[in-house]
Design a protein around this ligand. Structure first.
Ligand code: ATP
Ligand code: SF4
Ligand code: MG
Length: 338
């Protein structure tokens, strides 16, 4: 296996390039190292999924790109290049200029993005504030987008308030609002997790159609591996604040190289053909992120751990043309030599 200096496999013509990102949360118990040396690319016009167990840092990564971090968060190292500019060093005014124009976000709970006391019409017109168009033109575009996302009778429903819609409809409205501005990058943090399975499938197909039509990129956070396989071109697997493996969806799903990715795939209900009362889970618990860690972070749960995993943090190795993973097992020539 080839040792990789560049910690991501897809660095050509990237819209978003995250390099060596480290982030801590200050807590009364000490510093929580929530992102550790994260590198990830989102190429233009592609959909990149982020998967991993609860607490692995998926939302923290998404919110860091959006600049929506709580006060106790501190980026200690790294860069986030978006269209060639480092988002971490931009002035707050320049960053606000990008939000809702080049960058938009869909949240798990649609009410995070919608204002309960304003009509959908006013909110959809306001979000187009970057556009030099008349109000009636903006209203017509909003109605058209509501139609595209499947809101029935959008001409009259646009005058309603958010509470007059069901949860699934509200999520469709959020997608309409996020895409109305034709962003270059849409960040979606578990946008379908609160919906039932049928609605989830509908929303995923809708996102896919609109992404192709608009030509934007999507960074899509999900617990649901089936949804990621359906929607995404690339996938990054996160564990305890690290990206442990990333690559093309077909490679990661058919030829996972990291023991954690393999364990995650084995636990995916979509892959389990036998009917069973208890779904399998990965043995052991996600480790505490407090304090400095030595060796491989997955070691306490890894069935393949060996001496080197205790002492040394694995670097990133190329597995194939479009796949990289952080595991000492991939350093085969060195193991033979040792
Ligand atoms: P989930 O799948 O449950 O949404 P996640 O992968 O999105 O999980 P994050 O919410 O990013 O995980 O959390 C990553 C780690 O950072 C967790 O250990 C979490 O407890 C911690 N964390 C998140 N926000 C804060 C905060 N404001 N202060 C302290 N620790 C935090
Ligand atoms: Fe397992 Fe060692 Fe690979 Fe970590 S480096 S995933 S402990 S074999
Ligand atoms: Mg989350």
């Amino acid at each position: 296996m080839r040792r990789h200096d560049q910690t991501t496999p897809m660095s050509d013509c990237s819209l978003l390039e995250i390099r060596g990102l480290n982030l801590d949360f200050g807590t009364p118990r000490g510093r929580v190292h929530a992102l550790r040396n994260v590198s990830l690319d989102v190429p233009a016009g592609r959909v990149v999924g982020i998967v991993g167990e609860s607490g692995s840092g998926k939302s923290t990564l998404a919110y860091t790109v959006m600049g929506l971090l709580p006060e106790n968060a501190e980026v200690t190292d790294g860069s986030i290049l978006f269209e060639g500019r480092d988002l971490l060093t931009l002035s707050s005014q320049a960053r606000r200029g990008l939000m809702g124009d080049r960058l938009s976000m869909i949240f798990q709970d649609p009410m995070t993005a919608l204002n309960p006391v304003r009509t959908i019409e006013n909110q959809m017109i306001d979000i187009q504030h970057h556009e030099q168009r008349s109000r009636s033109d903006k209203r017509a575009r909003a109605i058209d987008m509501l139609k595209r996302v499947g809101i029935p009778d959008p001409q009259s429903r646009i005058t309603n308030h958010p509470h007059q819609f069901s949860g699934g409809m509200r999520q469709r409205i959020c997608i309409a609002m996020a895409l109305l501005v034709k962003p270059a990058l849409l960040i979606a943090d578990e946008p379908t997790t609160a919906l039932d399975a049928t609605l989830e499938v509908q929303i995923i197909h809708l996102l896919k159609d609109l992404q192709r039509e608009i030509g934007c990129s999507i960074l899509f956070v999900s617990h649901h591996l089936g949804v990621v396989a359906e929607l995404c071109d690339h996938v990054a697997v996160m564990y305890a604040g690290e990206v442990v493996e990333q690559g093309a969806v077909r490679d990661i799903f058919h030829n996972p190289a990291h023991p954690y990715t393999r364990a995650l795939l084995e636990c995916d209900p979509g892959r389990i053909r036998q009917r069973t009362r208890n779904l399998p889970t990965i043995p052991g618990e996600v480790p505490s992120l407090l304090g400095n860690k030595k060796g491989c972070i997955f070691r306490p749960r890894c069935p393949h751990a060996f001496d080197r995993c205790v002492q040394e943090t694995p670097v990133v190795y190329s597995v194939g043309a479009d796949q990289v993973a952080r595991c000492h097992l991939l350093d085969r020539p060195r193991m033979v030599a040792a």
